[in-house]
Design a protein around this ligand. Structure first.
Ligand SMILES: [Zn+2]
Length: 246
């Protein structure tokens, strides 16, 4: 789950959506319901939402990541434009720019036509979710003291954010973090044992690199950066190392 600031609606979308909306309405009348519209007609009707220019804008705002699982869709499947409130139920929001979210095929598939309004699920982009999260090793959970506990919990369940494949990819990041933290600990010990100003100076530069390596995992474009930031905020070694650069 990422902190996401939705991009501005581009002119080609704001001008093109009225025709697409009309086509959708016509199809709803012609076939009687959303589910009865043939797939071929749906593909034509929703061509605007699926355009690569739309996805480029959405994914540029999410550092290339799925807003739900924090993976880059090129690693997990195709980039998709998720309608947060499903277009199958919310016809009026089918071309609403504010209803679009960059997501991966796996999360979109798990989310399917579930209604976030009925479930009371948290909407990425409404606010930074990170203060509302905690991680129990690889598992993402709502923070017990969060005012958004239920909303976050519902989103985790709706998109199955503790599915096996995500636990596995989080475990790889956790292993990397532990190894870089060990390297940082060594660099810290070595720096603190240095006797001369010259040695101290050279070891400080090694310490800085080791700290930057481990902290890079919490940068926005990294997979599972929310988990890494949570892990690093609790790391005594990181806290101790940072004191040398204050
Ligand atoms: Zn995803």
């Amino acid at each position: 789950m990422i902190a996401y600031i939705p991009p501005e609606e581009p002119p080609f979308h704001s001008t093109g959506k009225s025709v697409s909306k009309q086509t959708f309405e016509d199809n709803l009348k012609k076939y009687g319901s959303y589910t009865k519209i043939p797939q071929k007609e749906k593909n034509k009707t929703f061509e605007l939402c699926g355009r690569s220019e739309v996805k480029d804008l959405l994914f540029a705002a999410s550092s290339g990541k799925c807003v739900y699982c924090e993976l880059n869709p090129s690693d997990t499947g195709s980039r998709e434009n998720d309608h947060f409130l499903p277009k199958s139920s919310y016809h009026d929001l089918a071309f609403d720019w504010g209803n679009y979210l960059p997501c991966c095929r796996n999360c979109n598939m798990h989310k399917n036509d579930q209604d976030p309004n009925i479930l009371g699920a948290f909407k990425p982009g409404s606010e930074d979710p990170r203060p509302h999260l905690q991680f129990d090793s690889m598992k993402i959970e709502p923070h017990p003291s969060s005012s958004k506990f239920s909303e976050i919990d519902q989103l985790i369940k709706m998109c199955k954010l503790n599915r096996k494949s995500l636990l596995k990819s989080r475990s790889i990041v956790l292993i990397d973090l532990m190894l870089f933290e060990d390297a940082l600990s060594e660099a810290l010990n070595s720096y603190e044992k240095a006797k001369t100003a010259r040695t101290k100076n050279s070891r400080l530069s090694t310490l800085r690199s080791a700290l930057e390596n481990v902290q890079s995992y919490s940068l926005m474009d990294q997979a599972h950066s929310a988990m890494s930031a949570y892990y690093l905020a609790k790391s005594k070694v990181v806290e101790k190392a940072m004191k040398h650069f204050e």
